[in-house]
Design a protein around this ligand. Structure first.
Ligand code: UD2
Length: 347
């Protein structure tokens, strides 16, 4: 072979090898990145779709429901906060429509209740009434914390509803039981619930359901307006007013007064809430101060600076089934009357 032909052959061979190398690299890289993408998407979701993060409110063609009106509605109450969070009252939502939207996502709702000492007597009514009215048709897992598991009554759970009982130590002060809930909830969420449930509600035990509490209550961060103060001016709210406490709220500040007897949201949001309240409660303890309404004062401080994305009207925690107010068209959930001196471990 003449020298020139040799040279051409070597150059061609070199380009050929370089080209095949490039082709190999590019296909290999694509398959690597595909693998990576597949790994990311193929990782099974630890929990079902969360509507709040997806913002998907899908319905199906042909689904019939009452036409919504832009002109007629509740005129006697406000159903939107100044930061545009809906305030849920009877007549502001269509239960069939909202259930059908949330049912498409296989969501589950963790629900916590504490019953220590003589408060176990409230469990039967609360659980039996919840089984009649609370997220019927949805997946619900109650977590019940008590110092006497043997005192938990047998209550027949509806379809997809279940109950887990957890033993906790007894405490001598009712205030410590009430405040201590924040730390237990914080740990429960971080250690167990984060990947097991989509939403959580935390309820007082001296309560009972009388009407529907369903998917209209779901949201990122959900506060319930306290029934005693819903028509009070903000400076009459029983916020903590001593600047030495971490729960302090200055005069002239405040939106609503929220109850600690019911609050909820996504696991992420309620983890942040319970962690913050626990830290603030600890800081107060170190400074030998206890907020006027215990963790409820800290919750109100939290909600002032971390606005709830949904508010539940006092229909969702009324003061007593026998007390009426014109704006309350339906009592869904209510505090039950109790003799504090008789049920509490201390005065
Ligand atoms: C208010 C709040 C409550 C809490 C408390 C703090 C309302 C309707 N409720 O209720 O959420 O913030 O003030 O001061 O605003 N518990 C026991 N065993 C006890 C004592 C308490 O299990 O011996 C638990 C139980 O779950 C009870 C909760 O702690 O529901 C709160 O205690 P409470 O109901 O006696 O407090 P109360 O009525 O002052």
């Amino acid at each position: 072979m003449p020298l020139q032909a040799n040279l051409i052959f070597i150059i061609l061979l070199f380009f050929g090898m370089a080209l095949s190398g490039l082709i190999y690299l590019s296909t290999n890289q694509r398959s690597c990145s595909q693998e990576l993408i597949e790994q990311v998407f193929a990782t099974p979701a630890a929990k079902p779709n969360n509507l709040e993060s997806q913002r998907s409110l899908r319905t199906s063609p042909g689904f019939q429901y009452k036409q919504p009106s832009l002109l007629a509605g509740r005129a006697d109450v406000v159903s939107l906060s100044p930061w545009l969070a809906p305030i849920i009252w009877e007549g502001t939502f269509n239960p069939t429509l909202i259930d059908s939207i949330y049912k498409q996502h296989n969501i589950s709702i963790a629900t916590t209740v504490f019953a220590l000492g003589k408060y176990t007597r409230f469990l039967k009514d609360l659980l039996e009434s919840a089984e009649e009215h609370y997220f019927v048709g949805f997946r619900v897992h109650y977590y019940l914390f008590t110092d006497q598991p043997e005192a938990v009554p047998e209550v027949k759970m509806g379809e997809n509803h279940r109950l887990t009982v957890r033993k906790v130590p007894s405490l001598d002060r009712w205030q410590d039981i009430s405040m201590g809930r924040m730390e237990i909830l914080e740990k429960l969420i971080a250690n167990e619930l984060m990947h097991e449930a989509n939403y959580i509600f935390c309820l007082d035990v001296d309560t009972k359901f009388y009407g529907r509490w369903g998917s209209e209550t779901l949201g990122n961060l959900v506060g319930v307006i306290h029934p005693w103060f819903f028509d009070y001016p903000r400076d009459s709210f029983t916020y903590e007013r001593r600047p030495e406490s971490k729960a302090f709220i200055a005069a002239g500040e405040g939106d609503y007064y929220y109850t600690a007897a019911a609050f909820g949201g996504t696991l992420e949001e309620i983890h942040r809430l319970t962690k913050t309240c626990r830290e603030q409660l600890n800081a107060d303890h170190e400074n030998s101060i206890e907020a006027i309404w215990h963790e409820e004062s800290h919750l109100n401080k939290y909600f002032l600076y971390n606005k709830p994305t949904k508010l539940l009207s006092p229909e969702y925690l009324w003061r007593d089934i026998n007390i009426s107010a014109g704006q309350i068209k339906i009592i869904r959930f209510s505090h039950v009357a109790k003799n504090n001196a008789e049920v509490r471990p201390n005065a």
